[in-house]
Every structure is written in C-alpha cells, then in structure tokens.
Design a protein around this ligand. Structure first.
Ligand SMILES: Cc1cc2nc3c(=O)[nH]c(=O)nc-3n(C[C@H](O)[C@H](O)[C@H](O)COP(=O)(O)O)c2cc1C
Length: 151
C-alpha cells in the first residue's frame, strides 16, 4: 500500500478544491491510501508514516499560510532526520503569482531534505478545470512514482 499525505490549508475554498483534485489523482493509482488533512489536524506521525507528501497553501502576504508554517514548526525537530529524500509536491492558490509562498516552502523543505518530484501547480485567481486537471496529474504522479519506487 502506498500512503500519500496531503496537507493543506484553505480559507475560502480554493486550495481545498485543489487538494481534493490532488487526492483524486492519487487515489486513481492502484493500492494507494490517501490521507487528506487540514494542516491544523496533520501530525508528525502522519508525516513519518507517508510515502509521499503533497503540501497545499494559499499565498498569504507573500508567504505560505500561517497554518502550513505551523505544521512545519510542529514537525521539524522530530522529522528532520527521518524523512530524508521523501518525495513531495506543492500546490498553491494565489491572487497573483504565488512565488513568495513557493520560495518559502522550498526553503523550509530543504531543511527536511525532502525531494521534489514534480513541478508545483500554482493557481492564480479562480480554480479552473485546467488547474484541477493539473492537480490530478500532480497527485497521480506523486502516488504512481511512490508505488513504483522510482523516487
Ligand atoms: C490575508 C490574505 C493575504 C493574502 N495575500 C496574498 C498575497 O500576498 N499574494 C497573493 O497572490 N494573494 C494573496 N491573497 C489571496 C489568496 O492567496 C487567494 O485568494 C487564494 O486563492 C485563497 O485561497 P483559499 O481559498 O484556499 O483560502 C491573500 C488573501 C488573504 C485572505
């Protein structure tokens, strides 16, 4: 069984729509269990137990949302030596370009030594069907690669 953890925060529902599409893409891969959690509820154990991680956030004030930062704050000390090269992907919902949130997450996950395995999906404004399709592809690629052990 491949276990994919999707950790996200969403205030007005955009990132949540993306998270659900990432989950649908991952679930389409045989023998995949998807743990879809709001960042506030996600735990260190969730992070340690997954084979691949998807992180989703709105861009807030040019940064990731405070709840995603809180997830990193709560898990970093215990996780940093235990998640070496664990595959991860990022999805972001932004009003503009989302680059501040992306940069901030990429800097933090360097400390965990996670491994990026697919380009981030960044939505600007409303969540379109095209974005949802990209999110499904993101989830499918993460789960499929984990299942095959290619990461
Ligand atoms: C407090 C706050 C700060 C925001 N700051 C930014 C920002 O710096 N850059 C940006 O592109 N969008 C910004 N936005 C817009 C959100 O990123 C955008 O509306 C996003 O789609 C919200 O996602 P959600 O529906 O998952 O909460 C901000 C929104 C809020 C509420």
């Amino acid at each position: 069984m491949t276990r994919i953890l999707i950790v996200y925060h969403s205030q007005t529902g955009h990132t949540q729509k993306m998270a659900r599409a990432v989950a649908a893409g991952a679930k389409a891969i045989e023998n995949t269990e998807v743990i879809l959690k709001r960042a506030a509820e996600a735990t260190l154990d969730d992070l340690l137990a997954c084979h691949g991680l998807a992180i989703g956030t709105p861009e807030n004030f040019g940064y990731m949302s405070g709840m995603i930062k809180d997830f990193f704050d709560r898990t970093y000390n215990e996780a940093q030596d235990k998640v070496f090269r664990k595959p991860y992907v990022i999805f972001i919902s932004a009003g503009n370009d989302g680059s501040g949130a992306l940069r901030a997450i990429e800097r933090i996950v360097l400390g965990y030594k996670l491994k990026s395995v697919f380009s981030p999906v960044i939505a600007q404004g409303e969540i379109t069907e095209e974005i949802l399709e990209q999110c499904r592809e993101l989830g499918g690629t993460l789960a499929g690669g984990c299942a095959l052990g290619i990461y």
